[in-house]
Design a protein around this ligand. Sequence first.
Ligand code: ATP
Ligand code: MG
Length: 596
Amino acid sequence: MSTPDTAPTPPTNFLRQIVETGLAQGTHAHKRWAGSPGDGAHQAQAPVDPARIRTRFPPEPNGYLHVGHAKSICLNFGLARDYQGVCHLRFDDTNPEKEDQEYVDAIIDAVHWLGFDWKDPDGHENLYYASSYFDFMYRAAEYLIESGNAYVDEQTAEAMRASRGDFGKPGMNSPFRDRTPAENLARFREMRDGRHADGAMVLRARIDMAHPNINLRDPAIYRIKRAEHHATGNHWCIYPMYTFAHPIEDALECITHSICTLEFEDQRPFYDWLLDHLAAGGLIATPQPRQYEFARLNLTYVVTSKRKLKHLVDSGTVAGWDDPRMPTLVGLRRRGYTPTAIRAFCDRIGVTKDYSWIDYATLEGCLREDLEPFAHRAMAVLDPVKLVLTNWDAVFGAGHLEPCQLPALPHGAEGQTIPQRHFQLGREVWIEREDFAETPPKGYKRLFVGNKVRLKGGYVIECTGAARAADGQIVEVQALVIPDTKSGTPGADSVKAKAAITWVGAADGVRAEVRLYDRLFTDPQPDAGGKDYLALLNPDSLKTTTAWVEPSLAQARPDDKFQFERHGYFVADRVDHTAQGLVFNRIAGLKDSWGK
Ligand code: ATP
Ligand code: MG
């Protein structure tokens, strides 16, 4: 298991307690494992790692992973890391129409990026596909038929639905329920051999049509579907249902703790029913895997449903799965989120059985904590207006550029000198439009006629006026530079000013495209309670500006992260940023603005 070594031990939770109890009682001691599930035969071999927990992260490759999956990844891989176990990455690819190799590749990438790996201590790669167990699943289905625990139902889908009953009403037995195992077996083989149309019949477990848990009213376990599978091609025209396939996958891989979200709590009785029967028939080893449920992550202003995220992509609402507004891991990555910040977030929110909404500010807080110590500081003017120092030539001589510097970090690492950024002050500089006021509001300390401010890292200036274009827009602010007569060094403080403003020199400033991202939805729970999330899109989720940035940023490489002083954290876009065309994304502001 290779996982970040520096990960702090997360706070305990009910699942960690279950794992600890199991390990203390030796519950997993007779789990056998020979490293290649698939036919079940390996389970008869000698134990390889007798007391190891095995968890798994089982995504369906029908879309890109999102921040909710990160919770499940950190939980499953984190348990394996902390208890010297193993976590498998398993593709739950039993639904061929919706799945694709593109998603498989993206999921592998995303789990690696988050910092997790599926190798076990013997160097075995625990990367699995449900589709490689299709032969075993087929045999398991025949076993259920032979033992009188499954039958082929030829009712129409409609009739099946109608005879299922509901919470208050028991279901009714299908007229096909009492056929002999031999008849059922023949029919099932015909299904497999392509002798029947899609949907003409299904294989159902034979349990109890009056069971209070509707999931036990003879659930379907195999269906006919002529669809090309991304891994098995056209070999099969019948596919196992998820509820049948999943427990078998866990059992074949000797999973000890099958952890899923609470929606599957009602499925647990079927999970146990199926594995009990397969164990009784000697098809799988005991002890069987056990299912445990936890509450899924709900994050404010975010939808975490692959189907809905796919719709945003397919409809062109966002620019792709990796649009920096998307809560996908590729989107968060492009937005500038780090694996460390996302793992810290997952530790912080914890694991419980209670539904709740986590404030997006919690995720941003983790990002700031991660970037604060190492993101180089830089000045960027996002809404530029020209400032002219009208006495510059008289004081310094025409064309003079004064070298200035500021630390790239507020604190150096232990024993290291703090790196410096260098830039130049000249007659013309760019400042933020909001840093000049014709009529200053109460308490305003920046530029207005007669007021002094410091150009951060440079000289103090005194505002003398401004020029307007015909449309009334301010096009130029004017000021006098007040050289520091004592030290002669810009940034020295023998000349006092109440405020310092950020700026970028017109001579050495670099143009950059800055993408100001905001939340994608205007509602904190955009898809809760049947709300139409598409009607709640934030029209201002992306604003693009042409900014001036200090020359140190010309060296930025894609994915480099910075703190633009006063504006927040930014990242050089991993797709569009080049040395010729600088593109920065806003990751997050300096302070929480989500509550407002
Ligand atoms: P979606 O509805 O987005 O398709 P899913 O659960 O169907 O989600 P899977 O690919 O089956 O997607 O998910 C893989 C694993 O991730 C599952 O074990 C599931 O429980 C977990 N998971 C999915 N969404 C969340 C979430 N919001 N919070 C925590 N875990 C999640
Ligand atoms: Mg799913």
